[in-house]
Structure formats: structure tokens, C-alpha cells
Design a protein around this ligand. Sequence first.
Ligand SMILES: Nc1nc2c(c(=O)[nH]1)N=C([C@H](O)[C@H](O)COP(=O)(O)OP(=O)(O)OP(=O)(O)O)CN2
Ligand SMILES: [Zn+2]
Length: 139
Amino acid sequence: MYLLKTLHSFDSAHFLAGYDGKCKNIHGHRWTVEVEVQSETLIEEGQRKGMVVDFSDLKKDLKVLLDGFDHALIIERGTMRKETLSCLLEDDFYVIEVDFRPTAENFSAYFFKELEKKGYNVRRVVVYETPNNSAIFEK
Ligand SMILES: Nc1nc2c(c(=O)[nH]1)N=C([C@H](O)[C@H](O)COP(=O)(O)OP(=O)(O)OP(=O)(O)O)CN2
Ligand SMILES: [Zn+2]
């Protein structure tokens, strides 16, 4: 089995609603996302001969996906008072609402599925919330 690995990072703020501790407050991370794709075989012809996928394509797709979250405030839908959210949006802050609690675990599953939608045979996605703490979603 061939495995290819690449990583990319983004900076964003989040908070864990209902968390009993400091993570209930809005705070930021430099999230680093490591992606592994797999294949039993290599491409046999053309520019990508001898490759699982072209690193350039994988890097570009991962960057597009992650850059969408860069410098955003990521909020689990329904966990911020409507008025507060409206004020942030009116003042032109970049806010993204997601349908999951924004933990490293949920992000790893989310990025895994998004990359699968783009056609990659994804083996594993690791999301580092800090250099020491990471969550993994794998097949
Ligand atoms: N299993 C998980 N546990 C926690 C997650 C998570 O995504 N998955 N997330 C958090 C918070 O987001 C928090 O920011 C992490 O804080 P902490 O563990 O305290 O990490 P630090 O490195 O910032 O800790 P210091 O002790 O301040 O260095 C919590 N748990
Ligand atoms: Zn956090």
C-alpha cells in the first residue's frame, strides 16, 4: 500500500459551548491538519506516472478547504445568542457556523469527509489543536 502525506495549517478562534473550563471562552489555535491518502497502485501514464496523486493537487485542495476557515470565528450552530451573532456579523467579523462542536475530533472527521467528496482515497486525517494535542479520524 502506498501512502502519501501532506499538511497545512490555519488560524482560527472557537469555543466549546457547555464546557466546564477555560475552553468555554473564545480562544484561538493554529490548527494543523495532516492528511494521508492511500493507493494499492500508482498512476501508470502521463504527467502523474509513478504517483498516487500529484502532491500539487492534494496540497491545493487541502489549502482551499482549510483557507475557508482561516481567521474565522468558528461557532457551533445554535450555541451563541442570536443578538450576539448578529452584532458580530453586522460589524463584519468573519464568523462560520458549523453543525458540530468544534473539537479536534469533529474537525478531523469533517476534513476527512470533505476530501473524500473531492475524490481522494483518504486513509487518515490528523488535526493538531496544539503541537502536543491531536485527534485522528481514519478508515
Ligand atoms: N478531546 C478533546 N479535548 C479537548 C479539545 C478537543 O478538541 N478535543 N479541545 C479543548 C479546547 O479547545 C482547548 O483549547 C484545549 O485546551 P488545553 O487542553 O488546555 O490546551 P493548551 O495546550 O492550550 O493547554 P495549556 O495547559 O494552556 O498549555 C479542550 N479539550
Ligand atoms: Zn480550543
